[in-house]
Design a protein around this ligand. Structure first.
Ligand SMILES: *Cc1c(COP(=O)(O)O)cnc(C)c1O
Length: 369
């Protein structure tokens, strides 16, 4: 049996008729960028998250870099972020000229809240929290730190649509929640798309200005902005998918519970959930010291897998200018060498999952560590 790491077509076919009807409606409307679909989606998404406002954008990266732009964070400022994140989180900071200050992750792959305070300096302006792999971070402690040190709190929710900490949804804890609707995200569009959530009207207004060349009124430009408009096609299709987001997340939860209950292999560590947090299982990430051998074994049995992420941002070529050498973030670097996402997607069949579980349970490393 062949099982890919991820496939997107099954979720489209689950509600094919509705997506096709919406696509035709948009095509025939004669209005394609920033229209009725976008404003309806913004309202519906804000309601879903439990925020006052949402503003549609062209991508998750735009949500991140515009967030720091809108907050006035610039060269000379520092932003705290976990070391083991997708590089877009870090680019959101550095596009503005600000400096990322990395903190090691905890056992749940989120920022270790006990290691934040030692990194705060007079230059620190914000904490960027990433709810990695779909699990909400420990927000009570982080909010307390932000209040104590007068820092902005920005959330990278690109992987956590619908995840909560102590009953409150990610994207509502700080000044700005940044979302991506890249097709493989839990709430995925059929192309690139993103959004922010906020409870502050002035911030929502600023994003509306920045996303459209810095203009509130046509041809009057207040600031140097961006072209980060959300189009009607993506917004319309996202409105359809948003109705099914809870069902899609529930299906992932069921699949992951089966993995948690049935994978039994002494060299494979399974993911853990922090007390008070929920996860929407963007990925099911195992950890093993035998990763290379394990990937080869999975390949041999035609099981797909993906490393999220093989090179931590501070060691990537793009960030050599920060001067952080190998060994500077040992926990982050160990994760990069040991984590692996195994097959998980909406529409995954029971036979496919049973096959994956069976093969994983039979894996025995030959290599001696
Ligand atoms: C996907 C992702 C982003 C970037 O979103 P795009 O829409 O691809 O720009 C940012 N942060 C994290 C954690 C992501 O997973």
């Amino acid at each position: 049996m062949k099982v890919p790491a991820n496939v997107l077509a099954p979720q489209f076919y689950m509600h094919q008729e509705e997506y096709e009807a919406k696509a035709m409606e948009v095509l025939r409307s004669g209005w394609y960028v920033l229209g009725k679909e976008v404003s309806s989606f913004e309202q519906e998404f804000a309601n879903y998250i439990g925020a006052k406002y949402s503003v549609g954008l062209a991508s998750g990266l735009d949500a991140l870099w515009l967030a720091f732009r809108v907050l006035g964070i610039k060269a000379g400022d520092e932003v705290i972020v976990q070391g083991n994140t997708y590089i877009a989180s870090v680019m959101g900071i550095t596009i503005n000229g600000a400096t990322p200050v990395f903190v090691e992750p905890n056992a749940y792959h989120n920022i270790d809240v006990n290691k934040i305070e030692e990194k705060i300096t007079e230059k620190t302006k914000a904490i960027l929290v990433v709810h990695l792999y779909g699990q909400a971070s420990k927000m009570d402690k982080i909010q307390t730190l932000c209040k104590k040190h007068d820092l902005y709190l920005v959330e990278d929710c690109a992987q956590s649509h619908g995840a909560a900490y102590q009953g409150q949804m990610t994207g509502t804890f700080g000044a700005i929640g940044c979302f991506s609707f890249y097709p493989s995200k839990n709430l995925g569009a059929f192309g690139d798309a993103g959004a922010i959530t906020t409870n502050r009207e002035d911030i929502a207004e600023a994003f509306k200005m920045y996303r459209n060349y810095g203009s509130e009124k046509r041809y009057y430009n207040k600031v140097v902005g961006a072209n980060s408009r959300l189009d009607e096609m993506q917004a319309g299709l996202l409105r359809v998918k948003l109705k099914y987001l809870n069902a899609l997340n529930d299906e992932r939860q069921e699949l992951c519970e089966r993995y948690l209950n049935k994978i039994k292999n002494p060299v494979i560590a399974l993911p853990k959930i922090q007390e008070g947090a929920t996860t929407v299982w963007h990925q099911f990430v195992i950890q093993t010291a035998y990763r290379d051998e394990f990937i080869e074994y999975l390949n041999k049995h035609e099981i797909g897998s993906i490393i999220h992420y093989p090179i931590p941002p501070h060691l990537s070529e793009a960030y050599q200018y920060l001067g952080l050498k190998e060994g500077s973030l040992p926990i982050t670097e160990k994760r990069a060498n040991e984590v692996l996402s195994i097959p998980l997607f909406n529409g995954m069949k029971k036979e496919e999952q049973d096959y994956v579980i069976d093969q994983i349970n039979q894996f025995k490393p030959e290599e001696k560590l």
